[in-house]
Design a protein around this ligand. Structure first.
Ligand code: ADP
Length: 313
């Protein structure tokens, strides 16, 4: 099972990518839908919102009146925090429940508009970002979705920047062409990246690492940060340090494009106890000739070595 986070700014074209993946068998966990479900009439979530913001947030049919809620919850940081403290745990629990129910061989598609804003990137095997320039998105939202231009502009501005999305994007899908061109890119990603990654993770098999030396690539530093965040997310309190090390961490050096990450753990017993989590998280255990324990990425497109070393050894 692998989890793929799909995100992009409002109007970027996430639906085309989601549909392409779902048509090919992705197990869809739809964040927008979950956010609606947890506050449907009759849910504890809606009761709590009414307790917090008053019955004026309900429409005549007893369902949540979103604009009325927004008018009360988005007035200041405290109200916004109160809203989030009610909805986020419910959304999180439901997301976990649906993820746990996925078959062992699933490619889980978690469609999350605010993945970057919520700092969720490290919790996926891969993050796919759909990109369209903001002016094009604005035009599409107004012309095709009938949104008010001011509203669309305000929403675009309130979201993460392209740069922030690029930082977490393992897969960058450009939607400046036709929807069919976007779907073709998504099909290629599905076949050439997601299926092989899923199969390697299921079998606990690392991908082959490239050996050919190349000139320094500034993306190695970005990749290093991303992999470090992912390894931290998998190891949690089991590690006392996680760092990008080795030849690709040296600015200006020539190296084979492999991101080396070193994680410090208390002892090798701890390293062995986290082996299954790392394998399931996309870094299967590999034969180690050096000190400690070695894990290598299951994703051939993102070559990574993770070495777990006992503190002080
Ligand atoms: P998102 O789910 O990322 O908010 P959508 O997939 O709903 O965005 O796309 C926003 C709007 O733009 C929709 O009306 C959609 O049909 C349209 N759209 C998406 N991709 C393209 C494209 N490549 N060319 C023209 N219109 C597009």
């Amino acid at each position: 099972m692998i989890r793929v986070g799909l995100t992009g700014g409002i109007g970027a074209g996430k639906s085309t990518v989601a549909t392409t993946f779902i048509d090919r068998g992705a197990y869809h966990v739809d964040a927008d839908r979950i956010a609606r479900e947890v506050v449907e009439p009759g849910t504890p979530g809606l009761d709590r919102l009414v307790d917090a913001f008053g019955s004026e947030i309900l429409g005549p049919d007893g369902a949540l009146d979103r604009p009325a809620l927004a008018a009360r919850a988005f007035v200041d940081d405290e109200s916004r925090a109160l809203l989030n403290s009610i909805t986020h745990p419910l959304i999180g629990a439901r997301t976990q429940e649906l993820t746990d129910a996925a078959p062992a061989d699933a490619i889980i598609l978690h469609d999350v508009p605010l993945l970057v804003e919520g700092h969720m990137a490290p919790f996926y095997h891969l993050v796919a970002v759909v990109h369209t320039d903001a002016d094009v998105r604005l035009r599409r939202l107004v012309d095709l979705r009938g949104m008010d231009a001011e509203d669309a502009r305000a929403r675009i501005t309130a979201q993460a920047t392209d740069e922030q999305r690029r930082e977490v994007a393992d897969i960058w899908l450009d939607n400046s062409g036709t929807p069919e061109e976007l779907a073709t890119q998504a099909r290629t990603v599905w076949e050439e990246r997601l299926i092989p990654l899923r199969d390697n993770v299921a079998a606990g098999v690392p991908a082959a690492l490239p050996t050919q030396v190349r000139d320094y690539d500034p993306d190695w530093a970005v990749l290093g940060r991303r992999v470090v965040a992912r390894v931290w997310a998998l190891l949690g309190a089991n590690a006392s340090a996680v760092e990008h090390v080795g030849p690709t961490s040296v600015v200006g050096g020539r190296a084979a494009p492999v991101i080396d990450v070193e994680a410090t753990v208390a002892d090798l017993g701890v390293a062995d106890s986290v082996a299954d989590s790392l394998t399931a998280g996309g870094f299967p255990r590999a034969e180690s000739s050096g000190p400690g324990r070695l894990h290598i990425s299951a994703d051939a497109d993102r070559p990574v070595r993770v070495r777990l070393r006992a503190v002080g050894v």
